[in-house]
Design a protein around this ligand. Structure first.
Ligand SMILES: CC(=O)N[C@@H](CCC[C@H](N)C(=O)O)C(=O)O
Length: 375
């Protein structure tokens, strides 16, 4: 029989080997090794790139229930000083995917030992932080053959205590698009600005102008975000920069607002080309569809969870986070919920420290719910 400590220890092992999107080689091998230690009687395991599909055959199936976890880490150098900190210097599980995977294995292990009537499909999905694994995974032959009738996933929430889940029907997470803008002007001597087109000055101006899209073009009763998380440009302190690059992300509450925000960004960038006599190129990188929770299933899950004394259910607001699980929910009814992990530092922070008690709480809630849905 498995124990909760085993899944804490698995989480710690996975925490030490974070890998970026589609490079989750050690993570995939770790998961496959674990899966091979389980009874294979009811299991069918298939891999896709660095991801894994695991089907558990039910006793008397009338449907298939899907459970999805993501697998990748972020390009962040960990600063938690935990004894099981990342062994990969420039990567960290700073978005909780290590917990997500440990929880998925806990639930999966339970149903290998005590199968239910319905079939279960566990999806270990790579590249959630980018460039996105959910959409291509949905298009695989495996998922065409094993298409779940309903699908569920969770995401850790540092701001809620352990034992709390937060969810809502309808829109939970935003539409997202990455944003990369490359500027090319004319470099030169720092003392002769009039003979150059300075891309550091152009980039600085562009950052401010982009924020005006949010404040002047988006309905104040709607909402959107443009965040520029990285700027690079230039070579040394006394050379005027010929090139600069802005890297960011756009978040909106609807696909329509995303179109509008992008067309305003394009207009501003065209204006910048004229004003700064430079060339500009926009690349939208990866884009995620909003996470939209099915009304009936979410309400049923909330009611089910409220009846449990061990868990508090909060009806939350939508968030500007993105998740490519949105693509799965576009095709398959289901929901995602937030799992409280009580960390002083938030998602994508080098000191994120989720409380591991959340692992047991989640395994127990999800196994109970799947037993109820799949009996
Ligand atoms: C839950 C979470 O934090 N997800 C990420 C998804 C990122 C998608 C893409 N790389 C982008 O930056 O637009 C998030 O940042 O919300």
């Amino acid at each position: 029989m498995s124990s909760v400590n085993q899944f804490i220890s698995i989480r710690r092992d996975l925490h030490q080997i974070p890998e970026l999107g589609f490079k989750e080689f050690k993570t995939q091998q770790y998961l496959l090794d674990y899966l091979s230690s389980l009874s294979q009687e009811r299991l069918e395991i298939k891999t896709w790139k660095t991801g894994i599909f695991v089907k558990i055959k039910g006793n008397n199936p009338t449907k298939m229930i899907g459970y999805r976890t993501d697998m990748d880490g972020l390009p962040i150098t960990e600063e938690t000083e935990l004894p099981f900190s990342s062994e990969h210097k420039e990567s960290m599980h700073a978005c909780g995917h290590d917990l997500h995977m440990a929880i998925a294995l806990g639930v999966l292990t339970y149903f290998v030992e005590q199968p239910i009537n319905d079939d279960l499909l566990f999806i270990f999905q790579p590249a959630e932080e980018g460039p996105g694994g959910a959409e291509p995974m949905l298009q695989t032959e495996v998922m065409t053959q094993w298409k779940p009738d309903i699908i569920i996933a969770l995401h850790i929430a540092p701001e809620y205590p352990v034992g709390t889940i937060a969810v809502k029907e309808g829109l939970l997470f935003a539409n997202t698009s990455e944003l990369f803008i490359d500027l090319k002007g004319k470099g030169g001597h720092a003392a002769y600005p009039h003979k150059t087109n300075d891309m550091v000055v152009a980039a600085s101006s562009l950052v401010g102008q982009l924020q005006s899209v949010i404040s002047r073009n988006v309905d104040p009763l709607d909402s959107a975000v443009i965040t520029i998380g990285k700027i690079t440009g230039g070579t040394v302190q006394n050379i005027i920069a010929e090139k600069a690059r802005l890297e960011g992300t756009i978040r909106t509450l609807s696909p329509e607002s995303m179109k509008k925000v992008k067309s305003r960004i394009e207009a501003i960038v065209q204006g910048l080309e004229i004003a700064y006599e430079c060339e500009a190129e926009i690349d939208y990188g990866c884009m995620y569809h909003q996470v939209y929770n099915d009304k009936t299933l979410t309400e049923e899950f909330m009611e089910f969870t409220r009846a449990k004394s061990s868990v508090e259910v909060i009806e939350c607001k939508e968030a500007m986070t993105g998740e490519d699980f949105g693509y799965m929910l576009k095709e398959i009814p289901g929901f995602m919920f937030w799992l409280g992990v009580d960390s002083d530092y938030g998602l994508h922070h080098a000191k994120l420290t989720p409380k591991e008690g959340a692992i047991e709480s989640a395994i127990s809630l999800i196994t109970d719910y799947l037993q109820y849905k799949g009996k």
